[in-house]
Design a protein around this ligand. Structure first.
Ligand code: ADP
Ligand code: MG
Length: 338
């Protein structure tokens, strides 16, 4: 039983970044406005995330790592209208099967915090211990894959895993510009990623990706059927898109598309290829764009039941939508170029 759960968990959490993304989304779901990450050995040894979200009530602690225990889904029908990132109640459970997990939490207004460890889906029978804490939740994940030598061997060098962590956090730092993010290696005082709560998306692109990119960005907006106007064709895709696209004054080493669809970071290879083709038609050959795009689609048009490690997303009317997006991008670039 434990082994089966452990294997299943290893499918969901393959690298430190998968665990961190799940925990980060929990922090955002908890309404955090400040999120600090500490990492040792690229997360292979230690991964800690501290937030100032609403915390966990004492009576909810025993179920925290139980599979399919989620506080976010009251009814099955909620699935099409979910606005929280997590809803399957699988992440913390999975992590507890393949690592040592310790939770410290304090609800706002409580006089003290509570600290408790979990193993294989189960809370330490000794129960939560009172401790000093700040309002919010800190989750500590140690010794990832301590019980699976195969999985452990599949982990990459610390620098590689740390790079993935910084990339993932950087995407969220731009998308959730209202939230302060920081990430550092354990024992270091200087963070490798640091954004402020009051900054804009453009500020955070500058912080994360550098001033040269930020300077060359053009604001991008496209929409259809989202402003109360009737959608004429029955099967037309309705969407809003907002973001930044690099203009001619910048050229990257590779194409970068940072894409969020309905609040989730995803990959969409057909969209990426279409964007590259749009740039190739307007700007000199070999130009490598930087594009940040937030896309809103009707909830039931996107496959929300994404596997945590599967980032490639599919949605309805994909071709039509990509065509419209790229037409808007083309006008933006053409207008700038002339
Ligand atoms: P899900 O996010 O799908 O509900 P998880 O396994 O990721 O499942 O988390 C289980 C539950 O633990 C959540 O539903 C939430 O109630 C609680 N939780 C996890 N992390 C936090 C956090 N940082 N702050 C507050 N509550 C949390
Ligand atoms: Mg979750």
């Amino acid at each position: 039983e434990a082994v089966v759960n452990q294997i299943a968990a290893g499918e969901i959490i393959q690298r430190p970044v998968n665990a961190l993304k799940e925990m980060l989304e929990n922090s955002l779901d908890a309404g955090a406005t400040s999120i600090s990450v500490t990492v040792k050995d690229g997360g292979n040894k230690l991964l800690q995330i501290q937030d100032n979200g609403h915390g966990v009530d004492r009576e909810d602690l025993p179920l925290l790592c139980q599979r399919h225990a989620t506080s976010k889904l009251r009814e099955y029908e909620d699935l099409t209208s979910i606005n929280t990132l997590g809803f399957r109640g699988e992440a913390l459970a999975s992590i507890s099967y393949i690592a040592h997990l310790t939770v410290t939490t304090m609800t706002h207004g409580a006089t003290h915090g509570l600290k408790v460890a979990y193993r294989d889906g189960v809370m330490d029978p000794a129960g939560p211990k009172p401790c000093a804490a700040n309002p919010g939740t800190t989750i500590l994940v140690e010794d990832l894959f301590y019980n699976s030598s195969t999985r452990k061997k599949a982990l990459k060098a610390s620098s590689d895993e740390y790079g993935r962590i910084l990339d993932m956090l950087g995407c969220y730092a731009v998308f959730k510009a209202g939230v302060a993010f920081s990430c550092k290696k354990q024992g270091e005082s200087k963070p490798d990623l640091h954004t402020m709560a009051g900054s804009s998306r453009l500020d955070n692109i500058r912080t994360v990706h550098g001033a040269a990119v930020a300077r060359a960005l053009l604001p991008f907006k496209a929409t259809q059927g989202a402003t109360g106007t009737a959608v004429l064709e029955e099967d037309a895709a309705s969407f809003t898109a907002e973001g930044y696209a690099s203009g001619p004054d910048y050229n990257g080493k590779k194409t970068q598309l940072i894409l969020f669809i309905n609040g989730r970071p995803v990959d969409c290879s057909p969209l990426k290829r279409a964007i590259e083709a749009t740039y190739a038609a307007v700007l000199p050959k070999g130009y490598k764009p930087f594009v940040f795009l937030e896309l809103q689609l009707p909830g039931d048009h996107v496959d929300v039941n994404l596997h945590p490690t599967k980032h490639e997303v599919g949605f309805l009317h994909q071709d039509a939508l990509i065509e419209q997006l790229c037409a808007a991008l083309d006008s933006l670039l053409t207008a700038y170029d002339t």
